[in-house]
Write a protein that binds this ligand. Sequence first.
Ligand SMILES: *[C@@H]1O[C@H](CO)[C@@H](O)[C@H](O)[C@H]1NC(C)=O
Ligand SMILES: *[C@@H]1O[C@H](CO)[C@@H](O)[C@H](O)[C@H]1NC(C)=O
Ligand SMILES: *[C@@H]1O[C@H](CO)[C@@H](O)[C@H](O)[C@H]1NC(C)=O
Ligand SMILES: CC(=O)N[C@H]1CO[C@H](CO)[C@@H](O)[C@@H]1O
Length: 515
Amino acid sequence: MKFFIFMFIVSYTKPLWADKPCAARQIEDESVVCVCNSSYCDDIIREHPADGTYVVYTSSKSGLRFQKRISQWSDGELSRRLTLELDPTKQYQTIEGFGGSVTDSAAINWKSLLPVLQDSLIESYFGENGLEYNMVRTPIGGADFSIRTYAYNELPLNDASLTNFTYTPEDIIYKIPMFRSIMNVAKTPVHTVATTWSPPVWMKTNNNYSGFSQLKPEYYQTYANYHLKFIELYTSAGIPIWAITTTNEPINGILALAPFNSLGWTVKNMGKWISDNLGPTIRNSIFQSVKIITGDDQRVTVPYWFNMLVTFTPEALNYIDGLGVHYYTDKFVPPAVFETVTLTHPDKFILATEACEGSFPWQSRKVILGSWDRAKAYILDILQDLNYNLVGWIDWNLCLDMQGGPNWSNNFVDSPIIVDKNRQEFLKQPMFYAMGHFAKFIPRGSVRIHMSEKHGGILPSSIYKIAFFTPKNTIIVNIYNDGKTRSINLRVGQQQTSLLLEADSITTVEFPYTL
Ligand SMILES: *[C@@H]1O[C@H](CO)[C@@H](O)[C@H](O)[C@H]1NC(C)=O
Ligand SMILES: *[C@@H]1O[C@H](CO)[C@@H](O)[C@H](O)[C@H]1NC(C)=O
Ligand SMILES: *[C@@H]1O[C@H](CO)[C@@H](O)[C@H](O)[C@H]1NC(C)=O
Ligand SMILES: CC(=O)N[C@H]1CO[C@H](CO)[C@@H](O)[C@@H]1O
């Protein structure tokens, strides 16, 4: 019996030291990147906290990456400044997941690495000792993060019945192999969201991949079938599609905003296409459970793609499962805009479907190695979105090259993993760990719970926070400290403790809880 107890302790404590720490490379004026090469890559093991204990994981500007500590709840000396109090009985949205995007560019960069590095990149994102991503977004055909402009069934021209819809070289050489690698590694089903940037040019009014365009009316049903054909094509390659969106950033093609693949939609026509074509096509097929996500555009457009659309075409509500939102106007548009949907249509979900840093013309440095500011921008945005009942958050390219590409339209941006093909290594940016504090610790099915702040002092709050009850019967709390090192209290029921928050850091706390 003693022998077994001893074994239990050994097997319980051993994983604490099994994490491989970040191989840190300090970047001048920035934080660190963690370097993965063919013989070394850091990982993170999620502990199972025992009753009466909690586990703390911290990443910080000073260079901590998932630093792990185990502590006990105490009734000792508490801070008098700030107490965060949890109320697990008051619950909000249920989480669908977190992830990143398999674009042509991401898959090309991934493929440029040695096989052993390809594996550790996928492990880093999807593995049990990685971030445990459980969602992916992928373009249907080409996007700006491709090396050429293309779509499915470009030829024959005006082929309304899509007789030539088949795999592209990008699917065969890059994207499908990357998906297969992901699905071999992921321990939970990966929910894939597929999106068209532009259909073949013959379906469009301007006969061009970019610029001002709309769908020619005679191809409304063809464009619906185009989505069904894609779902069939990827499903037969072993890649199930969980959702489709109703076209990437439809505003771009109306305002001719972006120099890359787009298709413009007016709200009225979009509603009509969903009700008359896309909705019935999907729901009357064997893929009827594939979710239909409308919007897939900036936060500023939420009232158009949802409330205005369903006012014009209420029938669209029968087909729409949720709304997708992109990141790029978040700093200028208050999140309260989400309440126009969440309060009026609580049965529809909102999912963040695209985000990256470095996309604005005034951001002259597209990739900034080691940028903590960009990690912080991700963290604060995710906290804000989740606090407004969004059900998940999908990042853009899973990896890019040192320049932030490749990209046929020279639209370079940053990514949580930067691939250095020449040195055969990849660099995990601070943004990678920012994603990890959410993706790894908030599994699908987690429910957000209420947390209130009680101030005992005069310090203004530079604390941003969120809490979830997870399907593993634990509570997780994420706290961003946007200031100097400080102590706060955490309380749930009779249990309370003092928590030390590092300067400029994100802290995840996890402990067992029975509702
Ligand atoms: C790989 O990284 C490890 C840890 O930083 C280092 O010790 C090793 O020398 C590197 N190997 C190569 C081939 O660069
Ligand atoms: C089918 O598409 C391929 C790839 O674009 C093209 O090479 C081929 O000519 C097309 N077939 C027909 C019959 O148009
Ligand atoms: C397509 O539109 C872009 C501008 O968005 C323009 O530069 C390009 O010349 C056009 N191509 C064709 C074939 O018309
Ligand atoms: C600057 C740069 O790398 N541009 C690339 C963008 O993508 C196109 C298509 O792959 C390349 O030809 C350019 O070199």
